[in-house]
Design a protein around this ligand. Structure first.
Ligand code: NCD
Ligand code: ZN
Ligand code: ZN
Ligand code: ZN
Length: 371
């Protein structure tokens, strides 16, 4: 006789996603601070760190301040905002650094206007940015090797975004063994999808940077799990109409699918729950210097089996590359600072209840930032 279904509740800390794109200002038809933070809570994340490739991009005191103001009035979970590294803000960036989550350097093909090609600019940012504050880089392949060299030359810690290939993770292992101050993150889509999935997903929809890699790359990521400091969704929503257009922008939504995919891997014994907590909470909290969230937790049903569906998701983009994928593990309830923020499929936290992780910014507009 089959055993009765036992509900196995599991309590996790409030998870942190250090790499998301909220699309506000500039592209709120894809996502905004309200819909994006609702998606975060539904996915078990109580803190998200937002990338600066908005329109306009966040590269100055003014754009940082106006974006944080939007976030403060609309976010349903806690948030931070990155500052983008440009060719013209190497000298102005350090003064506003404490109000941002960190500096983001885009060094390879990506979405949006932020891109630094000249290594002199990379070096200038590394030398100017305060050593105690996070610095992240989108860099692939040989660009990643160059960034590791600069981290070594300047002894400035660098966090390497969305690592996806075997040559990259092996190089990062070597760099860490040598004491070079680098950390890294890997996305669930690079752990669970390969280029073999492109025909099923569709060529426009499967556009993402870094591109989906081959099976050997994926295996190398799993084989080198100990080198991976964080899991990050790189939640990069674009609408279905945009993805199916002749010029599909790169990017996948991920906030609502990351934890179910990771819990499924745990059910399959490919990693442990402690591996998830380390990479979705402990390490990101340390690397990005995030404040503690008291009385905050995520309750998960480890037995729930279902298929991922875009329908009913909170993200505004209306699709997922994981459509139909069977998973095991569901977020039942999220409690943020003692308040039920998500329960039984409903987001209960109100817009504006989320807090900035850099509380310096809560001082009145104009008082905190140098102009
Ligand atoms: C991101 C986006 O759409 O903002 N796209 C992506 O394919 N990852 C940009 C980025 O993270 O490089
Ligand atoms: Zn420095
Ligand atoms: Zn990127
Ligand atoms: Zn990104």
């Amino acid at each position: 006789m089959p055993a009765a279904k036992t509900m196995k509740p599991l309590t996790l800390p409030g998870l942190i996603d250090p790499h998301v794109h909220m699309r506000e200002p500039g592209a709120t038809h894809k996502e905004d601070w309200d819909s994006g933070t609702a998606a975060a809570l539904a996915g078990g994340f109580t803190t998200i760190l937002a990338m600066p490739n908005t329109a306009p991009p966040v590269t100055s005191a003014e754009t940082l301040q106006s974006t944080l103001k939007l976030a403060g009035s609309k976010a349903r979970c806690d948030f931070g905002q990155y500052l983008g590294a440009g060719v013209d803000n190497t000298t102005s960036a350090p003064a506003i650094a404490p109000f941002s989550t960190g500096l983001k350097m885009y060094l390879d093909q990506t979405y949006g206007p932020l891109r630094l090609d000249d290594m002199t600019d990379w070096l200038a940012h590394l030398q100017a940015w305060p050593h105690g504050l996070p610095l992240c880089a989108h860099c692939e392949g040989k660009t990643l090797a160059a960034v590791i060299l600069l981290a070594d030359l300047t002894r400035h810690p660098v966090h390497l975004c969305h690592v996806s290939r075997r040559e990259e993770i092996l190089l990062i292992r070597k760099a860490k063994e040598q004491g070079i101050p680098v950390t890294c993150e890997v996305t669930p889509h690079h752990l669970f999808l390969s280029e073999d999935d492109i025909p099923a997903i569709g060529s426009g929809r499967s556009e993402v940077r870094p591109r989906l890699a081959n099976r050997r790359d994926i295996q190398a990521l799993w084989d080198n799990l100990d080198v991976i400091d964080c899991f990050a969704s790189d939640h990069a929503p674009h609408t279905l109409a945009e993805k199916d257009s002749p010029t599909p922008p790169p990017g996948f939504p991920g906030l609502e699918t990351s934890l179910p995919l990771l819990l499924t891997a745990a059910a399959e014994k490919r990693l442990t729950i402690d591996d998830i907590i380390l990479r979705c909470y402990t390490n990101p909290a340390r690397i990005f210097r995030l404040p503690e969230q008291p009385d905050t937790r995520v309750e998960v049903d480890l037995d729930a089996r279902y298929a991922i569906r875009a329908a009913g998701a909170f993200t505004r983009c209306g699709w997922t590359p994981f459509e139909g994928m069977p998973v095991q593990g569901r977020v039942m309830r999220v409690t943020l600072r003692g308040q039920t923020a998500f329960e039984d499929g409903k987001v209960l936290a109100q817009p504006g209840s989320g807090r900035n992780v850099r509380p310096e910014m809560t001082t009145p507009p104009g008082a905190a930032l140098p102009d």
